[in-house]
Design a protein around this ligand. Structure first.
Ligand code: NAD
Ligand code: MG
Length: 394
């Protein structure tokens, strides 16, 4: 039986992963080593029981007693806190899914790779903050990362049997998010609820807001560069409101290979789960005649400054990705809390990055985990200062 672990199983990608695992035989087909969650303890316990996991871990230490009570008599071990999460990720498995949101996903990613697991990676922050370290760790432990972000899964699939040297460009599709048809001057007034009304995908709260601001796409541009090893100018973004083409690869001979499917994360998760095979998946089948037409537009960099910032981050290299992600997380926290406006998020990130231009330099060295953590910490401080500046001016 394949040994597996799922980190962040209680989230949006985690729930879809659980759904697929149960549909493919659950505990009769997989030996589940560890499952982890944040604060949804009752759900975490339910999933741990259903999969007959060996260990359940909640990231929040305050939840340990509740988790212990919920799993009493089940024979499933419990633990809590960041160190317990890292230890759980280091337990040997054949396949691990990292569906944690945010920078907290990096250590579990690295631990899983160091333990030799094939890592199904939804946590794009791992690659944005520490791409060279992630790729080097996978290589050093003779294992690999399978992308789960739908765009990167699409590209990965469009590359099967091809030589990466024959790739001319990678075209990431973007829905444009909840506010894509708003007049530019109204964007500054967008509320949390408005930013959360995603037209196509149902996802966690943070990535949904990041879709409206295109910070999510900015992260994905960096993620694509790191994962596929292409140069920054080979990664393009196109708005595709129907979200049915999940991304494309353009080759030197002019051919473009596109990946299409219904917008359901179980496509990408299922591909990573069953890779290198394809197994039937419980997703809707596309009826293109009914869809009728697919449309595209060029993203406006004034409307989406995050895309411009992604270019600058890639040019800067070093620890710029770690700084970018941390500043973006702080900006998002402030927007969710109502402290800054929708458009202020990009202004905040830009201001924080400007103050870190010296510290983010690293030459050609592969960053260490300590480098990345130090930059994450510093960028949160700078972003906090920038937030106070913006709040004063409101
Ligand atoms: P989510 O918020 O729904 O779930 C996040 C999971 O991480 C939960 O289990 C939560 O308990 C856990 N978690 C949160 N903070 C944590 C912390 N500090 N330490 C440990 N665990 C913590 O998020 P999601 O939408 O499922 O996204 C997960 C990741 O996948 C993100 O990196 C996101 O960008 C990426 N992703 C998501 C989708 C999607 O459809 N939701 C698509 C592509 C990529
Ligand atoms: Mg995506």
């Amino acid at each position: 039986m394949r040994r597996i672990s799922v980190f962040g199983i209680t989230g949006s990608v985690g729930e879809s992963t659980f759904d697929l695992l149960m549909g493919q035989g659950g505990p009769d087909a997989y030996r589940t080593v560890a499952v982890t969650g944040g604060r949804r303890v009752a759900r975490l316990a339910e999933m741990a029981r259903a999969l007959r996991a060996e260990l359940a871990v909640c990231a929040d230490e305050a939840c340990l007693d509740d988790l212990r009570a919920a799993l009493d008599g089940s024979g499933i071990a419990v633990a809590a806190g960041d160190a317990a999460l890292a230890d759980a990720a280091a337990m040997p498995v054949d396949w691990a899914m990292n569906a944690i949101v945010g920078a907290a996903g990096l250590v579990p990613s690295l631990r899983a790779l160091q333990a030799g697991a094939v890592l199904a990676l939804a946590n794009k922050e791992s690659l944005v903050t520490a791409g060279p370290l992630m790729m080097a760790t996978a290589a050093a432990h003779d294992t690999r990362i399978l992308p789960v972000d739908s765009e990167h899964s699409a590209i990965f699939q469009a590359l099967v049997g091809e030589d990466i040297a024959a790739v001319e460009r990678i075209v990431l599709t973007a829905s444009g998010g909840a506010l894509r048809d708003w007049p530019l001057e109204r964007l500054a007034t967008a509320t949390l609820a408005e930013a959360l009304a995603h037209p196509n995908w149902s996802m966690g709260q943070r990535i949904t807001i990041d879709s409206a601001s295109m910070f999510n796409k900015a992260m994905e541009v960096i993620e694509a560069r790191e994962f596929f090893g292409v140069s920054p100018d080979q990664v393009e973004v196109i708005i595709h409101p129907e979200s049915l083409i999940h991304s494309m690869v353009g080759y030197h001979d002019g051919a473009i290979m596109a990946h299409l499917g219904a917008h359901d994360m179980r496509h990408a998760i299922g591909y990573a789960l069953n890779w290198p095979q394809r197994r039937p998946l419980p997703v809707a089948r596309l009826d293109l005649a009914q869809v009728g037409q697919l449309t595209f537009r060029t993203p406006d960099l004034v409307r989406y400054p995050a895309l411009r910032l992604a270019r600058e981050v890639m040019q800067a290299g070093g620890l710029a990705g770690a700084a970018f992600n941390a500043a973006k997380e702080v900006a998002l926290d402030h927007f969710i809390a109502g402290g800054i406006g929708f458009q202020d998020m990009a202004a905040l990130v830009e201001a924080a990055l400007a103050r870190l231009s010296t510290e983010m330099r690293l030459g050609n060295a592969v960053p260490t985990l300590e480098d990345v953590r130090a930059m994450d910490h510093l960028a949160r401080i700078r972003a906090g200062e920038a937030a106070r500046g913006l709040q004063k001016n409101r």
